[in-house]
Design a protein around this ligand. Structure first.
Ligand code: ADP
Ligand code: MG
Length: 207
């Protein structure tokens, strides 16, 4: 992955979040406060604006800057969670304008670890972790069996989408949706859904 691809991923993620903002807001209206689409759209638009016209020398710097922007621009749980994940990803990458696949795997692991550390969610708690964990597993498996970035990203995108769908029957144990108790059952988690969009964006730009 090089700097141009990292920028393309974030732009594609911003485009997907903008296009699906209404869906994310609708899902968050059912089990949260209805701001997830607006929150993320504002955050990713700021990420793109902050990176436009810049020429970062290292892949890691792209993600650190994006994460810092998300933390400062997005209120609610998802801004700090996604922001910390991107910052951790960026910091874990070795310095350089291009990083290899094992480094990306390690970086994504650092990103998920940051989400876990900050939010304390485990798989099954009906959060973005339920899309991120299977996406990362699929990514890692594909790389271990010799797959390239495009095939790893495609496997991750599919696993994230399945993971997001699988949150529907779950009862939320973390975040705002957990206040609903059993009434959170029967709705797809908004954060897991946006995580699936972000992995799909990576698959789109690497295909
Ligand atoms: P808020 O809940 O503060 O309004 P958002 O609506 O932007 O924030 O984001 C809600 C999403 O954040 C949830 O759908 C869930 O996926 C994710 N989330 C909330 N709390 C946690 C947590 N502790 N760990 C991981 N993800 C979480
Ligand atoms: Mg919300």
């Amino acid at each position: 992955m090089d700097v141009a691809l990292a920028l393309a991923w974030l732009r594609a993620a911003a485009g997907a979040v903008a296009a699906e903002s209404d869906l994310l807001t609708r899902l968050d209206s059912a089990i949260g406060d209805g701001d997830h689409g607006v929150n993320l759209n504002r955050g990713f638009a700021a990420v793109v604006a902050g990176l436009d016209g810049t020429a970062p020398a290292a892949v890691g710097a792209v993600f650190v800057k994006a994460g810092t922007t998300l933390i400062s621009k997005v209120g609610g749980a998802s801004g700090p969670l996604y922001g910390s994940a991107l910052r951790a990803l960026g910091k874990a990458l070795p310095d350089g304008a291009e990083v290899d696949l094992p480094a990306v795997v390690a970086g994504l692991n650092a990103g998920l670890e940051a989400v876990r550390k900050l939010g304390g969610a485990e798989p099954g708690d009906k959060t973005m972790v339920d899309a991120f964990r299977p996406a990362l597993d699929a990514f890692e498996e594909t790389v271990s069996s010799g797959g390239d970035l495009a095939s790893a990203a495609e496997a991750a995108a599919r696993a994230a989408d399945e993971g997001a769908r699988a949150t529907t029957p779950m009862q939320a144990r973390k975040g705002r949706a957990s206040y609903l108790g059993e009434r959170s059952v029967g709705h797809q988690d908004p954060g897991a859904t946006s995580t699936a969009l972000i992995f799909r964006a990576l698959a789109d730009v690497t295909a």
